[in-house]
Design a protein around this ligand. Sequence first.
Ligand code: MG
Length: 277
Amino acid sequence: MRTTWGSATDCGPFRRLNEDALLAYPPLFVVADGMGGHDAGEVASRIAVEEAGQLAGRPEVTADDVHTIVRAISARVRAVVPDGRTVGTTFAGVGIARHEGGSYWLVFNIGDSRVYRYADAGLTQISVDHSVVQELVDRGVIGAAEALHHPDRHVITRAIGTGPDPDPDYWLIPAGAADRMLVCTDGLTDELADDEIAELLASSPDPQVAAERLVDAAVERGGRDNVTAIVVDVAASRAGDDDSTAEAHREPRGWDEAADGSTNPRQSRARVPEVDR
Ligand code: MG
């Protein structure tokens, strides 16, 4: 399965640091939202995307691959935590996977960054937040509308680095030929409602333009937190190939084998911490 993608991140007007980080490089599209303040949060999220980069360039990933990376992130974050500080990072994303001959999205999440699928003009949240508010919603204590403004909405119940055993959730979902995946930090979803996100995704065919418009809209709305978005599309069929559904389920090609260059990584708007390799 070939993909095209775009990404953007912005510190926002109120935060001094951008503690978000991202990696967008097939087969993995990941955001990490670090917590812990200066010399901590941005270090944790950078470690997360550095480790995720170990899988860059493979034709596909498995949940085991991602789990190995999550454990490595946890070990490194816990090793650099200053005494007495709570330091951690969310980790959410989508990978290109293969299952029984078909192309799939491997969605994974720990924390309250999110993965959505936009398909058939509808936006569906795939990941489930690990947050106090989500637990209250699940138990029927509060409704979805109340959750948006709940004072504890930023209190998360799982993260990498805050406990000995990182515990991500995984989903394996069949990839549709017209799928568009959105991976984002809570700085985006705090500012924009799902219907606003869907509208921006619908009106921006280019994934880079879509990512930038989403981030810009969240910053213009208030930008109370760092904002990061990655938009991933299944690449359009080539000319003369009229069966676009089959395209998504064909033998996946390595990212470097695409003849038309459509899978070359695009420049993100920098302000993400630099990744040293
Ligand atoms: Mg955040």
